[in-house]
Ligand binder design. Sequence first.
Ligand code: PLP
Length: 393
Amino acid sequence: MTKVCQADSFVADHVRTIPRSGIRDFFDLVQGMAGVISLGVGEPDFVTPWHIREAAIYALERGRTSYTSNLGLLKLREAISAHLEEHFGVRYDPTNQVLVAVGVSEAMDIAFRALINPGDEIIYHEPCYVSYSPSVTLAHGVPVPVACRAEDGFAVRAEAIERAITPRSKVLVLNFPTNPTGGTMTRGELEKIAALVQRHNLLVITDEIYSELTFEGEHVSIASLPGMVERTIFLHGFSKAYAMTGFRIGYACGPVALVEAMMRIHQYSMLCASIISQEAALEAIQHGAADTAEMREHYRARRNLIVKAFNDLGLTCHLPRGSFYAFPSIRSTGLSSKEFAFQLLKEEKVACVPGDAFGPGGEGFVRCCFATALDQIEIAVERMGRFVRQRVG
Ligand SMILES: Cc1ncc(COP(=O)(O)O)c(C=O)c1O
């Protein structure tokens, strides 16, 4: 007898365990509501600079519509290599140490898949970008979060990482400046982490997608510290620095053996990143520095306004030294992160993301993305002021 098909019974067990993104659920709700000011989605409000769009158009015009090498166009890999040497102090051979991917998202996924054996433990600091933990689970690894604290400016302490290390620990994931907290690290703090990584023979994956959006202090890549380039996979992309989220383009650099392993997964799953996006990325990395600098100054002005407004309202907010996220505490209102975000949306039509979407350590906070026009931020904080005063009295 033919059995009734229960489609969900075919879903793999490890996929069943991963939750839907808290951000997605929330923004399904925002869609279709009129008059909402969104401090929600983490993407630049700027359109990709014209000369970069033009490079994409010109690529199409020239009939650049083919596959590329699996690693990406050599001229783009050469430009990435030169850029990293100049700005990050790390050297990668463009012929075999640079892989162009479909965003940092794909680069991160293939890095995990290339490294993780079932049961390997992957340590990362939390609150963190929503995809780290599910991506580790999908690669059959065990996610091990280490809490960062607001009192430390959401930097991660070497001692906290050391306490999480076990014989199954394999990889440490770092993301500075951090989504969602805007936390950054000093050279000294990174040196301590580099020492313990070497002592415990770990590998680092460093996601530096917000590095160009550093407002104060130098951005240091852990890959540039002594003894680290050989045990680091460096991830970066074009989405944030050049407002190119829709182009879906990023890259991974690292030791030859690891780039080769990642490339084998990439060639069978993605084949290559879009050639049109690669041509646009080449223009961005060679001629986009002034655009990035201009956008950064806009973000800085917005950051200063929003952080001051939150602190004035009693929503204690550390100054994010990088990224375009403010992460105020909402504990003074007595609400949970979800209650705060849902009630604020319903009553005042301001969308922000509940902090627990970024891990349990995010409870008591909300993430407010300030990649939104200044006048919109001004209205948003006015509305939030009304909302908070009603609760705090
Ligand atoms: C920390 C972090 N890494 C990676 C990504 C994904 O970037 P991409 O657009 O390059 O896939 C994001 C996007 O928000 C992010 O915040």
